[in-house]
Ligand binder design. Structure first.
Ligand code: ATP
Ligand code: MG
Length: 342
C-alpha cells in the first residue's frame, strides 16, 4: 500500500512509544513506531524475544501494566477514535467488540473449572444483544466455524478434555464472538506442534477471508509469515527496522537483521545441525546502545551506526518497502562516508 492510497486504514498507529520505569528511570520498549492496517490485511510483526512485539499489541488495546508502564502516541486511530486517549470504560467496549486478541497459551486464558461451551456463551453475553438460547446457538456456530469436531456433544466438556490445538480453536472462537474488525494474534501457535500449527494457521487464513477481518500476527517464525502475511514489519529492540510487502521482503531482505532472521529459518534443503543462529542477543532495556541498536551484532556497522539511529526511509520514492539502516537504506550517502570508519 503506498502513502497515496485512498483506502482508509482500519487501524492507524502513529509514533507509538511504550516505556517502563525501571529503578526510577523510564526506558522505551517500543520506540516511536508507526504503521497502519488496511481492511482485510494481515500484518506480521516479527523479531526475536524482547523486541517489543507484544508491547505493541498490548499498547493498542490499552493493556500495558499501568503500575510501571506508560503509552504515548500521536494517535492510535480505530473507527474514528483515538485509542491512546480513550477513557478506560470506552476502551473496555473496544476490546472484544472492535479489536480482540488471541494469546499464546490457551490453557492459561481458559477457565479450567467451567465447560468450554459456557465460556464461549459468556464471551457473547457482554457484547451482543442475544437471548440465552440465541447465545448458545451462536456459540455452537462459532465452535463449528473453528472446526471443532462434534461441537454439540463437546459443548459441556472442560478445557482439560481438549487437546492444545482444540483449546486454541476455542480461544479463536471466543476472539471472533463479537465479529471484531481487528484480531491481534500474539504467537497463537508457538505452543503447538508443527502439524497442528499448520492447521490453525490455515484456519485463521480462512476465517479472515470469510469474516472480512484484519489481523496483526505476531511471531518470531518467518516461515509462518510467508504462509500468512500480506505485509511484514520487522522489529528490533523496540524499533521497526524494515517494513515491506511479504513477497518483497523475502525477495529483497535489506536490513542486516532481516537477512540474519531469514538465514536462521529452518529449511528442508539444509542440515538442521548447521542451522544459523544470530550471534549475540537483544540488549536489555536498561542497556540499549546509542545509535542503531543492532550495531553490536551487525557485520556491516560503520562509525555513524554507533552514533545515530538511522531513520526508517523508503528504498525509493513512493516505495512501500522501508528500511532503517545507514548502510543499506536509502539515506544521505555523503553523511555516511564522512562518518565512516572503514
Ligand atoms: N512489565 C514490564 N516491566 C518492565 N519491562 C518489561 C515489562 N514487560 C515487558 N518488558 C520489556 O519490554 C521489552 C519488550 O517486551 P515484549 O514482551 O514486547 O517482547 P516480545 O517481542 O513480545 O518478545 P517475546 O517474543 O519473548 O514474546 C523487553 O525488553 C521486556 O523485557
Ligand atoms: Mg511477546
Amino acid at each position: 500500500m503506498t502513502a497515496t492510497s485512498k483506502i482508509e486504514p482500519v487501524l492507524d498507529v502513529s509514533n507509538l512509544t511504550t516505556s517502563f520505569r525501571i529503578g526510577g528511570e523510564w526506558y522505551p520498549a517500543v520506540r516511536g513506531i508507526s504503521f497502519s492496517l488496511q481492511p482485510n490485511e494481515t500484518l506480521a510483526l516479527v523479531g526475536e524475544s524482547g523486541c517489543g512485539k507484544s508491547m505493541t499489541a498490548l499498547s493498542v488495546l490499552g493493556l500495558v501494566p499501568k503500575a510501571n508502564g506508560r503509552v504515548e502516541a500521536d494517535h492510535i486511530r480505530f473507527e474514528g477514535k483515538d485509542l491512546s486517549r480513550l477513557p478506560d470504560e470506552e476502551m473496555r467496549k473496544i476490546r472484544g467488540n472492535g479489536i480482540s486478541m488471541i494469546f499464546q497459551e490457551p490453557m492459561t486464558s481458559l477457565n479450567p473449572v467451567l465447560p468450554v461451551g459456557f465460556q464461549v456463551v459468556e464471551a457473547l453475553r457482554y457484547h451482543q444483544n442475544l437471548s440465552r438460547a440465541g447465545r448458545e446457538r451462536r456459540a455452537l456456530e462459532l465452535l463449528d466455524l473453528v472446526k471443532i469436531p462434534s461441537a454439540k456433544s463437546r459443548f459441556k466438556e472442560y478445557p482439560h478434555q481438549f487437546s492444545g490445538g482444540m483449546r486454541q480453536r476455542v480461544m479463536i472462537a471466543m476472539a471472533l464472538a463479537c465479529r471484531p474488525k481487528v484480531i491481534l494474534a500474539d504467537e497463537p501457535t508457538t505452543a503447538l506442534d508443527v502439524t497442528i500449527q499448520a492447521q490453525i494457521l490455515s484456519l485463521l487464513n480462512e476465517l479472515k477471508a470469510e469474516t472480512d477481518m484484519s489481523m496483526i500476527f505476531i511471531t518470531h517464525n518467518l516461515g509462518v509469515v510467508a504462509a500468512l502475511a500480506d505485509r511484514v514489519a520487522v522489529m528490533y529492540a523496540g524499533d521497526i527496522v524494515e517494513i515491506a510487502g511479504v513477497g518483497d521482503l523475502f525477495a529483497r531482505p535489506t536490513h542486516p537483521y532481516t537477512e540474519a532472521l531469514l538465514r536462521s529459518v529452518p529449511r528442508s534443503d539444509r542440515d538442521t545441525k548447521t542451522l544459523y543462529s544470530i550471534p549475540g542477543a537483544v540488549p536489555p532495556l536498561t542497556r540499549m546502545p546509542k545509535g542503531c541498536r543492532f550495531t553490536a551484532r551487525c557485520e556491516l556497522a560503520v562509525d555513524i551506526c554507533r552514533k545515530q539511529n538511522p531513520p526508517l526511509d523508503a528504498l525509493a520514492a513512493g516505495d512501500a518497502h522501508s528500511v532503517r539502516c545507514w548502510v543499506r537504506g536509502n539515506h544521505d550517502r555523503a553523511a555516511l562516508k564522512e562518518n565512516a570508519d572503514v
